[in-house]
Design a protein around this ligand. Structure first.
Ligand SMILES: C[S@@+](CC[C@H](N)C(=O)[O-])C[C@H]1O[C@@H](n2cnc3c(N)ncnc32)[C@H](O)[C@@H]1O
Length: 234
């Protein structure tokens, strides 16, 4: 199962990289991408603050499906300490690339279904657009279960993923009801964020303000940012 998933993901990301080579779609010099990243970061920090996290300096953090480590590096810019940051990804090349870029963090090539960590060993477990790339419901459930296992009882899961992406049939959006099924018996705080990327790409260079206004309406937002907390049995 894991081998099939690995081959599928490897092919999918190799195609994606080929398609995007030379494009500025994911460059911060592209105003639309800069807008999306900065908005997401403001919303992440606000949501963490709402859940009583106002610094990351002593937090042990794991990203499941970390790719090349870009999200973890953004947490460093928020004050997280590199030696407390761990990333896991199924694709070997991505893990090697991440380790080369960020040698002080710890990256491991592993399946999120079997995280190579002890129970209750992280304060924060994050997933950014990894679940939407897993098409098999059983695998998603296993990954979610293992994320809970490695989370401390008072820890938080930070989730960012889309619920709608009609342009990529190799991914599947995830709505709140499914998130609740993946993490049963937890507490959830949902935010519908990120103005639809195709629209942002048309508008951001012309009017940042218009993007902000439309995003505030939430109707055209394509992602959910979520805090998930385990509930202690009474
Ligand atoms: C869209 S990328 C996101 C990368 C990174 N989180 C980011 O936002 O830049 C999704 C990543 O999840 C990884 N992934 C998917 N299923 C996985 C699994 N079962 N275990 C570990 N990694 C997985 C893929 O290999 C891929 O690198």
């Amino acid at each position: 199962m894991s081998h099939d998933l690995k081959t599928f993901l490897q092919d999918e990301y190799a195609h994606r990289e080929e398609r995007l080579s030379g494009s500025d779609l994911y460059s911060v010099f592209n105003p639309a991408y800069l807008y999306m990243v900065q908005q997401r970061q403001r919303q992440e920090l606000a949501l963490l603050r709402r859940h009583d996290i106002d610094h990351l300096k002593d937090k042990r953090i794991l990203e499941v499906g970390c790719g090349r480590g870009g999200i973890l590096s953004s947490l460093v810019s928020f004050g997280a300490r590199q030696h407390l940051l761990h990333g896991v990804d199924l694709i070997h090349d991505r893990v090697v690339g991440a380790q080369q870029r960020f040698p002080a963090m710890q990256f491991t090539c592993a399946d999120g279904q079997r995280l190579p960590y002890a129970a209750a060993s992280f304060d924060l477990v994050v997933q950014y657009t990894a679940f939407s790339s897993i098409l098999d419901d059983h695998i998603k459930a296993q990954v979610a279960q293992d994320m809970r296992r490695v989370l401390r009882p008072d820890g938080l899961i930070l989730w960012y993923d889309f619920w709608l992406n009609p342009s990529n049939p190799q991914t599947r959006g995830i709505r709140p009801a499914e998130i609740k099924r993946l993490f049963p018996g937890c507490r959830y705080d949902f935010r519908r964020v990120t103005l639809a990327p195709p629209l942002t790409r048309k508008l951001a260079a012309r009017s940042w303000m218009l993007c902000l206004l439309l995003e505030k309406l939430r109707l055209l937002n394509t992602h959910y940012l979520v805090i998930i907390q385990k509930q202690e049995p009474h």
